[in-house]
Write a protein that binds this ligand. Structure first.
Ligand SMILES: Nc1ncnc2c1ncn2[C@@H]1O[C@H](COP(=O)(O)OP(=O)(O)O)[C@@H](O)[C@H]1O
Ligand SMILES: N[C@@H](CC(=O)OP(=O)(O)O)C(=O)O
Length: 454
């Protein structure tokens, strides 16, 4: 059995949904279909999820609710009309949206979650109705049927029982159309995953029914060795390990959500990233280990902005037992997670995603480190990007860090931080965000451009 997830671009219009139906029809093993909300139809189009967030904010602030609600309804109505569906599905969606807009607003996050989730929920209903209209026997299934998630305030994750509950879906005659991106707590409260979280739903379902394959359909032929929006015509990746993909998707390869790997990884279920617009292309396979050997030590290079550094120095820091623990405890007290901690004899930097820090938290952290740890120097710096070079082959390759540093130095950019994980699968360079694209392009040239021999 195959579980397929179709991303926002794959279900953005009637034309795209017809392609989805053809893909599903072409292989009877494709029995469970996870869908996103309608995404972008063209470059500066707006995703339905973003329209819904806008609608939720208007409802919270007494803004133009009616106009924004109509924007959302019109997206579905156009799709339904172009698919030849009758008025009833648009009526169901309009009524559902009105009910959500009028629902309890006492918990702002949960109210916004409910509206955001309607994007995938209503699209799943619409797509199931379309499949049936063309003779493809299909059934919409709600995450209420067993996708149980944890309670706030922790970020949304599926509970172990979700996998047991959803196992029953493997015995279904019809094709199941399941909305991505959200689940329900045991008490019945709707909660969404992080943005891009329909990938997570697909992976949970694939693991729950112990699928043979999880196909993730998007708008590119494969995962490329670098972001195709930055590097021109990057080399495509045929096979990549779970570990490599985890590193790359966490640090900038937005094509597949990093949290979506865990459920399938645990059971060794292969993932195939494929293109809805070119389904015959083989795509990229994410596997426990590569089946063919690669001549390149590097599999991919990702880049992500939005990082801050907390720099702390204290003479004889290395001799002070418990310094690192106390420092990280202060950060933990602010509910902040960290990504890297490169250190020297007398100093340490803590690399943090900037969206977790407020000016008030920053002030509190600096004050506590000065007062409680008696540090000589403490400050935050913002505006960093992390460029991550990833490859299982890096472990057995000497001189790779030197090649990377030399390629970066040729751009005239300063390396602010270097960190090599102990697994030696990744090498991280911190640079200022305004040179991110230049550095990524230079590193890509170093590791992927064919060498011309004269
Ligand atoms: N290394 C990469 N390889 C392929 N695509 C990438 C990469 N890095 C970023 N992307 C972007 O990811 C996009 C697909 O992800 P996303 O927009 O979430 O699609 P979907 O709507 O199918 O969920 C591609 O269009 C591409 O611009
Ligand atoms: N629609 C949600 C969830 C999702 O996974 O979307 P997409 O498949 O378009 O990345 C979002 O925009 O975050």
């Amino acid at each position: 059995m195959i579980v397929c997830k179709f991303g926002g671009t794959s279900v953005a219009s009637a034309e795209q949904i017809k392609k989805v139906a053809n893909i599903v029809k072409s292989n009877p093993e494709r029995k469970i279909i996870v869908v996103s909300a309608p995404g972008k139809r063209y470059g500066d189009d707006i995703k339905v999820t973003d329209l819904l967030i806008d609608l939720a904010n208007a409802a919270l602030k007494n803004g133009d609710v009616e106009g924004k609600l109509q924007n959302v309804v019109n997206r579905y109505k156009t799709i339904a009309d172009d698919l030849g569906l009758d008025q009833s599905i648009s009526n169901i969606i309009t009524q559902d949206l009105r009910e959500r807009v009028d629902s309890d607003k006492s918990n702002v996050d949960l109210f916004v979650d409910s509206l955001k989730a309607s994007g995938e929920d209503n699209n799943a209903k619409l797509i199931a109705a379309y499949f049936n209209s063309i003779g493809l026997s299909a059934k919409y299934v709600s995450p209420q049927e067993g996708l149980v998630v944890n309670n706030p305030p922790e970020r949304t994750v599926a509970l172990p029982e979700a996998f047991e509950n959803l196992n029953k879906m493997k015995n279904n005659e019809e094709i199941i159309v399941f909305p991505g991106f959200f689940g329900y707590t045991k008490e019945g409260t709707l909660r969404t995953f992080d943005r891009g979280g329909s990938d997570i739903t697909g992976s949970i379902l694939a693991a729950a029914v112990k699928a043979d394959l999880y196909e993730n359909f998007t708008d590119v032929d494969c995962v490329f060795t670098a972001n195709p929006k930055v590097v021109k015509d990057p080399v495509g990746i045929e096979e990549i390990t779970y570990r490599e993909m985890r590193e790359l998707s966490y640090s900038g390869f937005s094509v597949f959500h990093d949290e979506a790997l865990m459920p399938v990884f645990k059971l060794g279920i292969p993932v195939n990233i494929k293109n809805t617009n070119n389904p015959s292309a083989p795509g990229t396979k994410i596997l426990p280990a590569r089946t063919t050997s690669s001549s390149r030590p590097v599999t991919g290079i990702s880049a992500d902005s939005g990082f801050s550094t907390l720099y702390v120095s204290k003479y004889l820091m290395n001799r002070e037992i418990g310094f690192g623990r106390k420092l990280l405890h202060i950060i933990e007290d602010e509910h902040i997670s960290y990504d890297h901690t490169p250190s020297g004899v007398d100093d340490i930097s803590v690399i943090i995603r900037s969206n977790q820090i407020t000016p008030e938290a920053e002030e509190r952290i600096v004050k506590r480190i000065k007062e409680e740890l008696h540090a000589d120097d403490v400050y935050f710096r913002h505006g960093f990007s992390m460029i991550v070079i990833v490859g299982e082959g890096m472990r057995n390759n000497t001189g790779l860090a030197a090649r990377a540093a030399s390629a970066i130095s040729k751009t005239g950019s300063n390396i602010e931080m270097i960190n090599q994980g102990s697994s030696e699968v990744s090498l991280v360079f911190g640079v200022l965000s305004d040179v991110e694209n230049e550095v990524l392009t230079a590193l890509y040239g170093e590791f992927f451009t064919p060498i011309t021999v004269y």
